[in-house]
Design a protein around this ligand. Structure first.
Ligand code: NAD
Length: 522
């Protein structure tokens, strides 16, 4: 058995145009070639940023930020809504660019572009509500007025991965920008172009030039210099790097949000529709060739359904079309680079060597391109195997039988990670009950990840080793502001006054507190 093959010649990339785009980067270091993982085609050359370039870019962004923050929120939000519209007009251009930079299938690239658009619409429409000053409860009714203001942090550093290079770099930053911040962004060195294209388009929509700076280079080289310059760090990437970033932020006493790795469970409960669950599991495990933080790498199936589920899941997995194509005919693209391919292959070889069964896949596909690896389904995986608990971040999933919901929940929670989970059942109420017991930042009932990820009002992020903080929703924008309390006291001071001695003041205050308790004030 082999997976269907799709391989089409790619249309020319226009390296001259892309190099012009690459020249928008804040960098003076040597030029390097950017090559597509699909076929090593040179897409452009781009300069690398030095530490001095990072400092210069930060200073330039800081100069523009106060003017931007001084504009009314509606004006800033209009830029996001225009961006949404123009992005939809140029959808194919962005989809092409994402595919070329990351080697993903066209549908995965479309999903990414749509996610950015939905995020722009969401924050374009909700920023005013999320950011407007609010009245709170002062110490004394009437006499103490409390206002809560939301002030931009200033300069937000955004550091992101290669797997969803557009949405992971841009969606968070859109929330930060509409909150009045400037951005210092460092995309992964393999995928900087789509960030630069986004800034170009945003500037066409009225974003002040210089507000959103993009630097380019190796994270270990320029990442620390970036963190030294900013007021907050929004990081998406591995748990290992996130830990280092948290340490550096702690040294500077600045905040950070960390969207990190996962080893996400998918639960097929005893009452699930096996066909629907198998179809959903294929999307959940192999979207973007499994290089997706929220994709499932562990499937727990109610024992009586195990054989039927495995057969249905394997049949669908085998039918997936792999290949490089700028059309929708390929359903799975390649992995990002040779090092990552080796990691994925190592996980499969280790499992095979230690006794796991490969139900399908498990091989490279050099006939399609150097970086293609088959979607792989394992059973009989045990704790001694690397892929049991460690994130593979590739198209590899293990299936385990479980006795009941109790065992499914216990095994789902038996992980150092807690990012996303998926529950399949014909009783949505039961699904929600099970979901509430799973220690993951998001749980999708009868869907893999798209229902929470696509609902921008849904806060997304990890528990345990999967991170700190949340993107999306009100939490996703409030992390980029400082909450300021302003209390205005009138009438009487909060101290003995008008000749009152301390003892009388204490008695009056005690009486007032008793009354406030009775009238139900919090
Ligand atoms: P990575 O941690 O290696 O790199 C991410 C980014 O951090 C890159 O831009 C890199 O250059 C930069 N970086 C590396 N070292 C740095 C340092 N010392 N200081 C500052 N920046 C540094 O991650 P990756 O391999 O590119 O991405 C894959 C990982 O990202 C997976 O673990 C995946 O689960 C995770 N991820 C999580 C989410 C989420 O929302 N939770 C989303 C996408 C990816």
């Amino acid at each position: 058995m082999t997976h269907s093959r799709v391989s089409m010649a790619l249309p020319p990339a226009g390296p001259a145009d892309l190099t012009q785009l690459a020249d928008r980067v804040a960098a003076s270091g040597p030029r390097v070639e950017l090559c597509s993982p699909y076929d090593h085609e040179v897409l452009a050359t781009i300069r690398t940023s030095t530490r001095e370039d990072v400092r210069t870019a930060a200073a330039a962004a800081r100069q523009v930020q106060p003017g931007w923050a001084g504009r009314p929120v509606e004006q800033r939000a209009r830029v996001l809504l225009d961006f949404h519209d123009r992005l939809m007009d140029r959808r194919d251009h962005f989809v092409d660019l994402v595919q070329r930079e990351s080697g993903k299938s066209r549908l995965a690239a479309v999903e990414e572009v749509l996610h950015v658009a939905v995020t722009a619409r969401y924050y374009g429409r909700t920023a005013q509500r999320h950011l407007r000053s609010e009245r709170g409860l002062g110490l004394f009714p009437v006499l103490t007025r409390l206002d809560r203001n939301y002030l931009p942090k200033g300069l937000v550093g955004v550091i992101g991965p290669w797997n969803y290079p557009f949405t992971m770099m841009v969606s968070d930053a859109l929330a930060a920008v509409v909150a009045g911040n400037a951005i210092l962004a460092k995309p992964d060195a393999q995928t900087p172009l789509v960030s630069l294209a986004a800034v170009e388009l945003l500037e066409e929509c009225g974003l002040p030039s210089g507000l959103w700076q993009v630097v380019n280079g190796d994270g270990g080289q320029i990442g620390p210099a970036l963190i030294d310059q900013v007021d907050y760090v929004c990081f998406t990437g591995s748990t290992a790097t996130g830990t280092k970033i948290a340490e550096q932020c702690a040294q500077r006493l600045i905040g950070c949000s960390l969207e990190l790795g996962g080893k996400n469970p998918l639960l097929v409960l005893a009452d699930a529709d096996v066909d629907k669950a198998a179809e959903g599991a294929v999307r959940s495990c192999f979207s973007n060739a499994g290089q997706l933080c929220v994709s499932a790498e562990r499937i727990y199936v109610s024992e009586p359904l195990m054989a039927e589920f495995c057969a249905a899941f394997v049949a669908r997995t085998r039918a997936l079309k792999l290949g490089r194509s700028m059309g929708f005919d390929s359903e799975m693209g390649c992995l990002i680079d040779a090092a990552h391919l080796q990691r994925v292959e190592r996980h499969v070889d280790d499992a095979r060597r230690k006794g796991a069964t490969v139900l399908t896949g498990g091989q490279r596909r050099p006939d399609l391109g150097e970086l293609f690896f088959e979607p792989t389904v394992l059973t009989g995986v045990t704790p001694e195997m690397d892929c049991y608990a460690d994130e593979t971040f590739g198209p590899v999933v293990s299936i385990y039988p479980v006795a009941d919901d109790e065992e499914a929940v216990a095994r789902a929670n038996d992980s150092a990670y807690g990012l996303n989970a998926s529950v399949w059942t014909s009783d949505p109420e039961r699904g929600r009950r099970v979901a509430a017991r799973i220690r993951c930042g998001s749980v999708n009932v009868n869907e893999g990840f798209a229902a929470t990820f696509g609902s921008i009002d849904a806060p997304m992020g990890g528990m345990k080793g999967s991170g700190l903080g949340r993107r999306q929703g009100i939490e996703g924008i409030r992390r980029f502001v400082e909450v300021q309390s302003v209390a205005t006291q009138s009438g009487v001071p909060i101290a003995p006054s008008h000749g009152m001695d301390a003892g009388t003041f204490t008695a009056v205050m005690t009486g007032v507190l008793r009354v406030l308790r009775r009238i139900g004030r919090p």
